[in-house]
Design a protein around this ligand. Structure first.
Ligand code: BDR
Ligand code: CA
Length: 370
């Protein structure tokens, strides 16, 4: 069993990262830290609890972090992730509660419980982890591996011209974490920046493959011609919520001239956390600009050791098709398993039932298909 602690700001792509982790039978998610970012921290916790309950994993504790970054005012991005952070999905509210242990203490407890063994994964701002390191500076030395989704090194930022969202929300936290992992006994974190994560671009066909592999019907194919916010009618609840969540993300990217696609930054980072062999990396000393008038939140990579020894490994390439094969296969299996173990009268397909034709519902899409 691989023991992993997940810190996120759920978030549409954080949601898919969580589902991927839950879909891996070889992974023990020992706790989840909710960090303020895409949406306020209480909404992050509500989303984490809701996904866990939907997946029958209420055994995993959810720890709420600070409502604000270390220094900055909190900014959130409901226009990217929807009013509740999960796009158009309407998750049944969880009946469970968050842990009384806060996110930073949960990081420390997890590292003490599994010293030298624990994998840490952060797909949100670094507020909770930086707070944990302020409380216990030996924490970095106890992690077997840390994977961070964040930064933009040789590409434009997605929040300012030079800053990526997770770092832009809390630049001081990111700077403190990178500095702390410069310590001799710490293993440099693996960083998944926009440079690479923006190549992990989901298209509607991936959702078709997912629904078909899950045995969910109808198999829906979101289309840019659809009326915005069209809701899924997929019989499999997990697939229905995923399609509703991702449709919002597709519309967001489309509205920003990136195509009818969705960048799956966080599921990719989750996969790297479990299988670092799927990426190539370059060693670098990473620091974060915290004072620049135009460049606050910029991540700077010294790839030539001009300013000191490397404190990070930056991912540079991967096999994107293989990433999608793995992601879709795992989440489809999870959806299928949940459906077959659901005793309620949910109208789910039994295995062996015929999976319907792919549905393209907008007139524009139908015309294109004809
Ligand atoms: C990151 O920002 C968030 O909006 C996403 O969830 C991802 O973690 C990408 O810049
Ligand atoms: Ca995120």
């Amino acid at each position: 069993m691989t023991r992993l602690f997940f810190d996120c700001d759920t978030g549409i792509d954080d949601s898919l990262a969580l589902l991927y982790l839950l879909a891996r039978p070889d992974v023990d998610v020992i706790g989840i830290a909710s960090t303020a970012g895409n949406v306020p921290v209480d909404t992050v916790t509500a989303n984490n609890l809701a996904w866990l309950e939907l997946c029958g994993r209420t055994d995993i504790p959810v720890h709420t972090g600070s409502p604000v970054p270390l220094v900055a005012e909190l900014m959130t991005t409901e226009d990217t992730h929807g009013p509740a952070g999960v796009g158009y999905a309407e998750l049944p509210p969880a009946t469970t509660s968050e842990s009384q242990v806060d996110a930073a203490d949960a990081w420390i407890d997890a590292s003490l419980a599994h010293p030298g063994e624990l994998i840490g994964l952060v797909t949100g701002p670094l507020t909770s982890l930086a707070t944990a390191i302020r409380r216990d500076s030996a924490l970095p030395g106890r992690l077997a591996r840390l994977v961070i989704m964040g930064g933009a090194f040789h590409v434009h930022g997605n929040t300012t011209p030079v800053a990526e969202w997770n770092v832009a929300v809390d630049p001081e936290a990111a700077a403190e974490v990178f500095a702390a992992f410069g310590a001799e006994d710490a293993t440099p974190p693996i960083v998944c920046p926009l440079d690479l994560t923006e190549s992990v671009a989901l298209t509607p066909d991936h959702l078709v493959r997912l629904a078909a592999a899950a045995g969910s019907s109808p198999v829906e194919c979101p289309d840019p011609g659809d009326e915005p916010g069209l809701r899924s009618v997929a019989a499999n609840p997990l697939i229905r919520h995923v399609v509703d969540a991702v449709r919002f993300y597709l519309e967001f990217h489309h509205a920003h001239d990136e195509g009818y696609i969705a960048h799956l930054h966080d599921p990719f980072a989750a996969m790297v956390a479990l299988s670092p062999g799927i990426v190539t990396t370059i060693a670098a000393r990473v620091d974060v600009e915290v004072t620049g008038r135009l460049t606050r939140g910029m991540t700077v990579a010294d790839e030539r050791s001009m300013t000191g020894a490397p404190n990070a490994r930056i991912t540079t390439s991967t096999d994107v098709d293989a990433v999608f094969d793995e992601l879709l296969d795992r989440i489809a299996t999870l959806a299928r398993t949940l459906a077959s173990s659901d005793n309620s009268d949910s109208g789910l397909l039994a295995s062996g039932d015929r999976v319907g034709e792919t549905v393209r519902r907008s007139p524009a899409a139908q015309a294109r298909r004809a």
